[in-house]
Design a protein around this ligand. Structure first.
Ligand code: NAD
Length: 441
């Protein structure tokens, strides 16, 4: 079996590599020539645990190929997956220009039956637009060819993408033909053998499922952040509240951690896009509008605490641990670290940051407005406070003796509640976290 994956980013590269690992012949396509050249030379463009070995193995077995030519990748392909970006447009709706451009190109080069599968996160009705764009191109060149479209949204999490793809909770596939369903079934069979169901449904429901899933997860986070802020006001500890509610099986203990707000390439854009879809259909998704507002404010909660502690912030130096929007990824899209670093530098403070893998990506966002350290302790030299933004495992058990020696003041702002207030007190630190009583020395 041969397939083509268009768009070799976080989703496309992981999808292509995991399919290749099951024995399928996969060609990954991208318009970014540098990315493809690097991949051909064994250089993996993103940080994703386990991905590099898997790519190299499948390239060696000649099951995984890279090209900039969509036409070439389509030769004998039975399915073409569209996995290009769908960034937010100016009005918040998903920008479909890349998806539809790929659809038009498919229509221009198609010469046999193929299933065109949308894997990118796209609003309801996109599969119809993809179908129309392909049909339009076929008509322009007078070709009469049969094809099907399908929707197969992706639920992988960056940082755990391979595991998520190989052992998904479920695989959602929207189809409108038996032929397409049969082909998708064949493709995903190796993953079903692991006991994970394929949920076949109509295409609009599949498209909607992806947005509803991300919107629900974002809602859980914003809900908990709102509760955390109230906890602080009334003197409760959100960590205890989380344990208290998480043990209720109806609620569950996942995605109810308070923090400095959600970021990344998915939640912010997908919440925006579904709100826009509703508005275009004369409906207001009131809960999600609140979810978005809470999150925007939550990214600023640490700044408020920092300003309260340091009324005269100009000239102060802040060490920042973590830059990526979450651990185990180098993705900086919509990362709270950017909002906080920009606010501090605008107020005349100096920021010195360290992240185990995201510093190169961070430079695209923050440039030389901040300094980058060579390790987590390097950035603490003469720092007036430490700000913890991303909960990388290596930040969890800091060496307090070394910290004491390096820092000007023993002050920590913890945006992810990874330290114990009691421990901070024992080591003589002033400690601020989210939704928990502060420790003031
Ligand atoms: P990305 O930005 O990492 O990758 C997209 C790739 O598509 C880029 O390499 C870009 O050069 C390429 N591209 C753009 N136009 C192209 C064209 N005409 N032909 C060939 N290649 C083209 O994006 P991503 O994070 O992989 O996300 C892709 C889609 O998957 C988005 O819709 C996103 O919402 C969705 N998604 C992402 C995640 C995630 O965790 N990143 C998870 C689930 C779903």
């Amino acid at each position: 079996m041969k397939i083509s994956i268009v768009g070799t980013g976080y989703v496309g590269l992981v999808t292509g590599t995991c399919f290749a690992d099951t024995g399928i012949n996969v060609t990954c396509v991208d318009i970014d020539e540098k990315k493809i050249k690097n991949l051909e030379n064994g250089i993996i463009p993103i940080y994703e645990p386990g991905l590099d070995q898997m790519v190299l193995k499948n390239v060696e077995k000649e099951r995984l190929h890279f090209t900039t030519s969509l036409k070439e990748s389509m030769e004998h392909a039975e399915a073409i997956f569209i996995a290009v970006g769908t960034p937010p447009g100016e009005d918040g709706s998903a920008d479909l220009s890349h998806v539809l451009e790929v659809a038009r190109q498919i229509g221009r080069h198609m010469n046999h039956y193929v299933v065109v599968v949308t894997k990118s996160t796209v609003p309801i009705g996109t599969a119809k637009k993809v179908k129309a764009a392909i049909q339009d191109e076929l008509e322009k060149r007078g070709a009469e060819l049969e094809f099907d479209v399908a929707s197969n949204p992706e639920f992988l999490k960056e940082g755990n993408a391979i595991e998520d793809f190989l052992k998904p909770d479920r695989i959602v596939i929207g189809t409108e033909s038996e032929k397409a369903e049969k082909l998708m079934n064949r493709l995903y069979k190796p993953f079903v053998l692991n006991g994970h169901p394929i949920l076949f449904m109509d295409i609009p429901s599949a498209e909607m499922t992806k947005y509803a899933a991300n919107a629900m997860l974002a809602t859980k986070i914003s809900f908990m952040n709102d509760i955390a802020n109230l906890c602080e006001i009334v003197g409760a500890d959100v960590t205890n509240v989380r344990r208290g509610i998480g043990s209720d099986t109806r609620i569950g203990n996942k995605f109810i951690y308070a923090g400095a707000g959600y970021g990344g390439s998915c939640f912010p854009k997908d919440v925006k896009a579904i709100i826009k879809t509703a508005q275009l259909n004369n409906y207001n998704l009131r809960i999600l509008e609140a979810v978005e507002n809470v999150n925007d404010d939550q990214k600023k909660v640490l700044i408020k605490k920092i300003k309260q502690h340091f009324p005269d912030i100009k000239g102060k130096t802040f060490a920042m641990w973590g830059l990526s929007f979450k651990p185990h990824t180098d993705d900086m899209r919509e990362a709270p670290s950017v909002v906080i670093a920009n606010a501090l530098t605008e107020l005349g403070a100096k920021v010195k940051a360290y992240d185990p893998v995201a510093m190169e990506e961070a430079k695209h966002e923050l440039g030389d407005s901040i300094e980058y350290g060579k390790d987590q302790y390097d950035v603490l030299i003469e720092a007036d406070a430490l700000i913890l933004i991303t909960e990388w495992p290596e930040f969890r058990v800091p060496n307090y003796k070394v910290m004491d020696k390096l820092m000007n003041n023993k002050v920590v702002f913890d945006g992810r509640n990874i330290y114990e207030p009691e421990e901070m007190k024992e080591f003589g630190y002033t400690y601020y976290s989210i939704g928990r009583p502060s420790i003031k020395e």
